[in-house]
Write a protein that binds this ligand. Sequence first.
Ligand code: MN
Length: 233
Amino acid sequence: MATEFVFTPPPVVSIPVVGQTARFPVHRIYCVGRNYEDHAKEMGFTGREPPFFFMKPADAVVVVPAGETGSMAYPTLTKNLHHEIELVAAIGTGGKNIAAADALKHVFGYAVGLDMTRRDLQNDMKKQGRPWDIGKSFEQSAPIGPIVPAAAAGDVLNAEISLQVGGEDRQRSNVSKLIWNLAETIEHLSAAWELQPGDLIYTGTPEGVAAVVAGDTLVGEVKGLPALRVTIV
Ligand code: MN
């Protein structure tokens, strides 16, 4: 007998995969905090800290197909909505206590993502020692482009990463400057949570985070992946 629900369950959140019709179903979204040195500095921190993580709900993604411009509604409560351009790793096979040396075998593919942040609310929460959720984990806070299977993605772990707003550079760095590289991140994450197929890892943002307003168009790129275009409405 088919399972009955008291209301219609939400659809599975999924992301298109370049080169195939099957889509990538999203399980969880993990994000790494302060993972480029010059971004840690601009946020008032120095030195190599152990990696730390926060999450966004799976339905925070805004899926933007290749060649299209997505739209993100300017969120409530904030007057300081920040962009954070990030390389996203999409987990294809799960596991716990994954060693860094084995970690990249668990990656299905890569995408360009934005960790959109209500910075004023996040800063209030930091000051009070409270959780970041209201600053980080709101609806539409995780725009993402299509996933490129790892074998087709080129050397994204050593690729230029950039964000332009209105055609002007805001962020430009290289993924090789991650403090904790992807393999190390997976090792740490999988010690704390059992990774599952469908997990996304937003690996952190380089320096240059700043505010956007309604009407701005953001273009994020990691060389080797389709660009991510989003207009704030
Ligand atoms: Mn981030």
